[in-house]
Structures are given as structure tokens and as C-alpha cells.
Design a protein around this ligand. Structure first.
Ligand code: HEC
Length: 155
């Protein structure tokens, strides 16, 4: 009995690790080129995703916003931590719902822990699917982002 319990615990721990690994792989492959390997970005060119985007998930709309950014891109002027960006991030339509969920669970849990609300729930593929069902332009995503950012203190 005890042995079965141990094996189950080990299997679950390994599955959790594999999931974290997955999100990190997606990040390294698709995001690190601009947002850097540690998520710090490049001031003035690429905004940080570390110690920053966790603030967005304090608001319910922020969860949708993060998915919109990856699914539809974001274009135009925004302010993050006192720096102005006027860039373009392309959409990553090729990522599956599960990959987007793993990706954000990785960025949020690894690099934004202090900013997350206490009741933070990890993203699931179903939740991601819901947010990306209706297409948006990269300019619309910017408007959504700039309406929310001051409310959650990313400016
Ligand atoms: C080709 C460069 C590039 C790549 C690759 C890229 N981004 Fe971006 N990202 C940007 C730029 C530029 C902005 C700011 C856009 C603007 O100024 O309107 C941005 C903005 C963001 C924001 C909004 C930050 C804020 O403070 O509002 C998030 C979140 C984000 N990116 C996540 C990601 C994730 C996750 C990936 C990987 C799937 C990724 N990015 C890949 C260039 C990139």
C-alpha cells in the first residue's frame, strides 16, 4: 500500500515537472529571442514579462489579455515600468491551447510569483480556447492592454 502511494506521488511529481519543462521549452523557442532568456526584456525595445505580467492576472480580464497578446499579437505604444515601447509583437497562432497554457503557467509561476493573487489558478487549455475563439487585431489588443495596465499598476 505504502509503496503504491510512493510510486503515485513520484509519478505526479514527475508529471508536474514535465509540465513546467514544457512551458519553459515553448518560452525558449518562441519568446526568449525578444523577451530574453530570463524574461527581463530589453528596455525600450522589448518589455519585460518577468516581475511584471503577473500584475495583469489580478484582474479577470487580464487572463484573457495575456492569451490575446500571444494569439493575436500586439502593436503600438505602451508604457511598462517607466519605459515607452512602440513596437510590434507578431501573433503566435501556431501554438496550441495547451502550449499557451503551459507557457503562461511557467512565466507566471517562475518569474511573477510575488505579483500573483493568492487565489491564482493555473491556465488550462480550455480556458485559453475560450479567450482566443474570437479573433482580434494587434491594435485592438493594445487598446485592451492600455485600458487595463494602469488599473493593475503596470505603467
Ligand atoms: C519578435 C519579438 C517578440 C517575440 C518573439 C515575442 N514578443 Fe512579446 N512583445 C514584443 C514587443 C515588441 C512587445 C511590445 C509591443 C508594443 O510595443 O506594442 C511585446 C509585448 C508582450 C507582452 C505585453 C507586456 C506588457 O507589459 O503589456 C507580453 C505579455 C508578451 N509580449 C509575451 C510574449 C510571449 C509569451 C512570447 C512568446 C510566445 C512573446 N511575447 C514573443 C516582442 C516580441
Amino acid at each position: 500500500m505504502r509503496k503504491i502511494f510512493l510510486i503515485t506521488t513520484l509519478a505526479l511529481a514527475m508529471a508536474a515537472l514535465a509540465l513546467a519543462g514544457n512551458g519553459q521549452n515553448v518560452y525558449n523557442q518562441f519568446c526568449s529571442g525578444c523577451h530574453m532568456a530570463n524574461g527581463q526584456g530589453n528596455p525600450g525595445a522589448f518589455p519585460p514579462v518577468a516581475n511584471s505580467i503577473g500584475s495583469f492576472v489580478k484582474a479577470k480580464e487580464g487572463r484573457a489579455l495575456l492569451v490575446h497578446i500571444v494569439a493575436f499579437g500586439i502593436q503600438g505604444q505602451l508604457k511598462s515600468h517607466g519605459k515607452t515601447y512602440s513596437g510590434f509583437m507578431p501573433p503566435f497562432a501556431q501554438l496550441s491551447n495547451a502550449q499557451v497554457a503551459d507557457l503562461y503557467n511557467f512565466i507566471l509561476n517562475e518569474w511573477n510569483k510575488k505579483l500573483l493573487p493568492k487565489d491564482f489558478k493555473p491556465f488550462t487549455a480550455d480556458e485559453v480556447a475560450k479567450y482566443r475563439a474570437k479573433a482580434m487585431t494587434a491594435a485592438d489588443v493594445l487598446k485592451e492592454r492600455n485600458a487595463l495596465a494602469p488599473k493593475v499598476g503596470v505603467q
